[in-house]
Design a protein around this ligand. Structure first.
Ligand SMILES: Cc1cc2nc3c(=O)[nH]c(=O)nc-3n(C[C@H](O)[C@H](O)[C@H](O)COP(=O)(O)OP(=O)(O)OC[C@H]3O[C@@H](n4cnc5c(N)ncnc54)[C@H](O)[C@@H]3O)c2cc1C
Length: 329
């Protein structure tokens, strides 16, 4: 956004799209998440009908909440045109239900989602990364391999991914449903608004005419250009595969000595995959995770839970279906 919106996770493209739908009367209501009144990290589903109230939804919360339960409220209040903002698992369920809803129009604004966890687990993570976790107001896993933190007093902090205390997290910190998610990029949304294909900017995937119409609603409030593409992902993805194999098999990960971490943490953003290549790397890593974790935890479900596109993504890394893992039909 030319003028970033206060309180937004990045610059506020997502919440502004919802706002524009209401302002232009193309939606009667938007279903999205606002912060819980007692715990601002906890998502709380809301149905917003006044354009100015979309500001309440800005920012990212970690956790699960029943977004689509609000479809009952949509029905009760007789709304016919709605916008839904959601992560891939929510959008997937929405698409499965949409024909039964009797609505005239559904605008679907999606964000990518690599992993989610319970708000309780997320608080544990905050406790591990900072001595004053209650002061943290903002957190983002950025595409330059850093976590950005912002604090109530206006301070900012950046932590290289390699310096995160990930080995201290409980093994089920991310649930199996997230570890085996096959739709990182929210492919059923009309438009996906993320950051992982950007190099410090937001990243848009417009998937159909409706997504284009949404983008048009922003007019010249939005500045856009083609994404960058740099570095090579193969080495990073292979390393990830090796570590995930060890972790899924319950073995200790190949640990890097602590003294080396700041140096590698400095190098990776400069020589590692960037822009579109980073996005490709993350999509392939998620596909690898899906196969390895299901193979370990629920092998019998593999043929039902792994769509073809995942096998195509993992094949270049030698990860192919074994007997019984893929329906031959
Ligand atoms: C759990 C989670 C994981 C994510 N992982 C990635 C990732 O790996 N890569 C990537 O590129 N992008 C990821 N994103 C999306 C990234 O945060 C978006 O690019 C960003 O929110 C959009 O920025 P913005 O300034 O345009 O949004 P804003 O205008 O600030 O609006 C944010 C919107 O997200 C909604 N939201 C916040 N928390 C949740 C939640 N828990 N569940 C559902 N909706 C929520 C809000 O209600 C609001 O509508 C993730 C988002 C979430 C919620």
């Amino acid at each position: 956004m030319r003028e970033p919106l206060p309180g937004a996770q990045w610059t506020g493209i997502v919440s502004r799209l919802g706002q524009r739908l209401l302002e232009s009367n193309q939606a009667d209501a938007i279903i999205t998440m606002a912060p819980d009144e007692e715990d601002s990290w906890r998502p709380s589903p809301v149905l917003i009908t006044r354009a100015e109230d979309m500001a309440l939804a800005r920012g990212m919360r970690m956790g699960y909440a029943p977004l689509l339960a609000l479809l009952d409220a949509v029905k009760d209040q007789g709304f016919k045109k709605i916008g839904v903002i959601g992560i891939p698992c929510q959008v997937y369920a929405l698409r499965a239900l949409q024909d039964e809803l009797g609505l005239e129009k559904i605008w679907v604004i999606g964000t990518p989602c690599s992993d989610n966890t319970s708000t309780e687990n997320f608080h544990e993570f905050l406790n591990l990364i900072d001595p004053n976790p209650e002061q943290i107001t903002y957190l983002e896993f950025r595409a330059d391999y850093h976590v950005e933190l912002r604090f109530k007093n206006g301070d900012k902090k950046e932590i290289p991914f390699l310096m995160l205390p990930l080995s201290k997290l409980r093994p089920d910190f991310f649930p199996l449903t997230c570890k085996t998610c096959v739709d990182y990029t929210n492919s059923l949304a009309d438009i996906t608004v993320g950051y992982m294909g950007g190099t410090g900017e937001q990243w848009l995937l417009v998937r159909n005419q409706q997504g284009m119409a949404l983008l048009d609603l922003l007019g010249d409030e939005l500045i856009s250009s083609a994404p960058e593409n740099a570095g090579k992902r193969a080495g990073a993805v292979k390393g990830f595969l090796k570590n995930t194999e060890l972790a899924a098999g319950g073995l200790p990960l190949r640990q890097m000595p602590n003294w080396l971490r700041p140096i590698v943490g400095w190098l990776i953003p400069r020589i590692g995959p960037r822009g579109l290549e980073f996005a490709r790397a993350r999509v392939e890593m998620k596909a690898i995770e899906t196969v390895l974790h299901l193979r370990r935890s629920l092998p019998k479900k593999m043929k039902n839970m792994i769509p073809n596109h995942i096998w195509k993504l993992t094949a270049p890394y030698g990860l192919k279906p074994q007997e019984g893992e893929k329906d031959s039909v």
